[in-house]
Design a protein around this ligand. Sequence first.
Ligand code: IPE
Ligand code: IPE
Ligand code: MG
Length: 240
Amino acid sequence: MAAARHVAIIMDGNGRWAAARGLPRSAGHRAGVEALRRTVRAAGDLGIEVLTVYAFSSENWSRPKAEVSDLLGLFRLFVDRDLKKLHENGVRVRMIGNRDTLSDDLLDLIRKAEMLTVDNRRLHLNIAFNYGSRDEIARVMRDLALEAAAGNLDASEISEDLISSRLDTAGDPPLDLLIRTGGDTRLSNFLMWQLSYAELLFVETHWPDFGLDDLASAISEFSGRERRYGGLGAAETATA
Ligand code: IPE
Ligand code: IPE
Ligand code: MG
C-alpha cells in the first residue's frame, strides 16, 4: 500500500472541547493551536509530504464578532510567532484561501512566511484560511474566463490538469487522506475538487486532543484501505 503523501485535516471540535470543561470557546481555540503544533511535528516525523489544515472557512465569518476576532488573532500569532521554528524544522508554509478581503498587514505576514520558507522540503504545510472550496473553484473559473475573453486561452484547452494547476493547492501531490475530528461527517466546503479520490476518515476526538498517536493511527487505517479509482481491486484482478 502506498504511503499517505498528502493529508488534510478539518480541525473541528474546539468549542465542544471547551464546553465539556466549562471553558469559553476561545480556550478551545487556543488549545487547538497547540494541537496544530503537535500535529505539524508529527506529520514531519511520520514522513507526510504535505499537510493541509482547515483553520478558518469562508463561512466562519458568520460567527460572533468576538470569536472571529479570536480566530484571526490566533492565526496571526501562529504565522508570526511560530515562523522561526517552522523554518528551522524545514516546514514550507503556504496559505490557501481567498486573500482579497484580508487586511494588508496580515497579508504581509503571510507573504513573509511564504517567502522565507519557500525552499523548505521536510513538510509542506498549507493553512486554509478564509478558505471555501466553492470560492476557490469560482476564482479559477473567473480567471480562466477572463483569459479566454482576452484571447490568451483557447477554451478547448481547459482540462482537469489545467484546473488543478490553478487551484490554491497547485503543485501538491493528490490528496490521499482527509481526517475530520469532532465527530461530524461532512466536508463543510473543504477541498471538494481535491477530495475526489481521497480516503475519508471521521474521528470522534475533538481537535484539541489530537496528536501524534491519532495521526499515526489514521495513517495506519489509511494504509489498510484499497483504492480502486474506478477499476478492480487486487482480489478481483487476480481472478479476472
Ligand atoms: C473548529 O472548532 C475551529 C473552527 C471552525 C475555526 P469549532 O469552533 O467549530 O468547534 P465546535 O465544532 O463548535 O465544537
Ligand atoms: C469547519 O468546521 C471549518 C473549520 C474547521 C475551520 P465548522 O465547525 O465551521 O463546520 P460546520 O459549521 O459544523 O459545518
Ligand atoms: Mg465546528
